[in-house]
Design a protein around this ligand. Structure first.
Ligand code: LLP
Length: 420
């Protein structure tokens, strides 16, 4: 990846030596490149220029305020999934009219807050949610702009845990019931139909599932509009994959061209296209730097024990995801050691990589690559481990964008029982 590479012996992000950042800020440490994020965004925009569209960054991938700020300043909208995410985007001054609110389990208070803010669309996922939203909006004297998330029943050919557009998934409204649900929605108080959406999965490496989904959505748009219900925008979700190992996803530009081509071919070229990319905007912009603590040879396996763990980066543990792990400083004189790279957490599932060849000694730094998406955003405090610090770089500029979480931070809000 152009923004994360070796310069001589040193792994650099932009012009910053990762090992220097690790020494300066401590480890585990997330390092992100603003340039890489903006380059990923530009890839989408090359194809979307001049087209009626709104690109909503799916902030669940990485919700650090400074990351949101980068996309907000670039004019992006946001896809949110909770009241907490709403507060974060509002904190960076995002225009609520650029926010879509996804998720199968929105609470009444989250709905109320998003109504007050005035979001572009509630992406509604079920009939009962529609009824509750109607009630909440009517009671508040507001109109909720809605889109129905359709389950198009297409196979995105990705990991079962992150495929979301199959009939067996909990997400969305079945394609077969969609027209009826739209007719019901149009008649409910407090609601205004504005769009249709889907999200078929994540880490998708083919164009075809998207074109199938677009076709399925456009079939519905035509049927819904024939009942006199106008659809302003078509939201095809996110899901474009990135290269972790040897995946070859289409570029965002190619994907967008293909999708726009399909809209044009079906006479929907003027319709507003909404997108919700997460991983493809931030994944390859980040690394997770970690210090090697111990090399532990074993009879069956060797272990390279590092100071980052499953609580800092859960993707390998949760999905068996393969992520690149490299030395921050290459040293030809170091002997290579084949080992599982594991963290200090008390779980056999606490591993970052298996059977990796690394030429490292205790005290050296390694980096988990492509860690910008679903890394820090899914970090936890398991084993009372403070979450990592995060830095943003741009060229040779470096900013601390989140302090390392202290144990005091973790205990804040806990209360002892009264003394007996
Ligand atoms: N829109 C909706 C409604 C979503 O549920 C998601 C992701 C996105 C957009 C953004 O998808 P992306 O462009 O990032 O693929 N933790 C998993 C990924 C979970 C994705 C959840 N939904 C992982 O680390 O692979």
């Amino acid at each position: 990846h152009p923004h994360v590479r070796y310069r001589g012996a040193d792994l650099v992000v932009d012009d910053c030596v990762v090992a220097d950042l690790a020494r300066r800020f401590g480890t585990p440490l997330y390092v992100y490149s603003r340039r890489a994020m903006l380059a990923s965004l530009a890839d989408y925009r090359r194809a979307l220029a001049g087209r009626n569209h709104l690109l909503c960054y799916a902030m669940k991938a990485n919700s650090n305020l400074a990351v949101l700020q980068v996309f907000a300043e670039a004019g992006c909208g946001f896809d949110i999934v909770s009241g907490g995410e709403l507060e974060r985007v509002l904190a960076v001054g995002v225009d609520p009219a650029r926010i879509v609110f996804s998720g199968v389990g929105k609470t009444r208070s989250e709905m109320r807050r998003a109504l007050d803010a005035g979001v572009l669309s509630f992406n509604v996922e079920s009939d009962p949610e529609l009824d509750v939203l109607s009630e909440v909006a009517a009671a508040a004297g507001k109109v909720a702009r809605i889109s129905l998330r359709i389950n198009p029943d297409v196979d995105p050919q990705t990991h079962p845990y992150i495929s979301t557009g199959l009939k067996a998934n909990k997400f969305g409204i079945a394609h077969a019931h969609a027209v009826d649900t739209y007719r019901r929605a149009a008649a409910l108080p407090g609601l205004r139909v504005v769009g249709i959406d889907c999200h078929i999965g994540s880490q998708i490496t083919a164009v075809d599932p998207y074109l199938d989904a677009v076709d399925r959505l456009l079939d519905l748009v035509e049927a819904i509009e024939s009942h006199g219900i106008a659809i302003e925008h078509v939201d095809i979700g996110g899901g474009l994959g990135i290269t972790y190992a040897n995946e070859e996803p289409p570029s965002a530009e190619l994907l967008m061209k293909s999708v726009l081509g399909r809209l044009d071919a079906r006479g929907h070229g003027q319709r507003k296209l909404v997108l919700e990319p997460g991983r493809s905007l931030v994944g390859n912009a980040g690394v997770l730097a970690s210090e090697v603590l111990y090399l532990k040879p074993g009879d069956e396996k060797n272990f390279c024990i590092v100071d980052a763990a499953m609580n800092d980066m859960i993707r390998p543990t949760l999905y068996g995801a393969w992520m690149g792990i490299v030395e921050c400083t290459r040293d030809a004189a170091r002997p290579a050691f084949r080992a599982d790279v594991v963290g200090p957490v008390c779980e056999s599932g606490d591993w970052l990589g298996r059977d990796r060849e690394l030429a490292v000694q205790p005290g050296d730094f390694v980096a988990v690559l492509s860690a910008g998406a679903y890394g820090m955003a899914a970090a936890s405090n398991y084993n009372t481990r403070g979450r990592p610090a995060e830095v943003m770089v741009d060229g040779s500029d470096v900013w601390l964008i989140r302090e390392r979480e202290s144990t005091a931070d973790q205990m804040r809000g806990e209360h002892l029982l009264p003394v007996r």
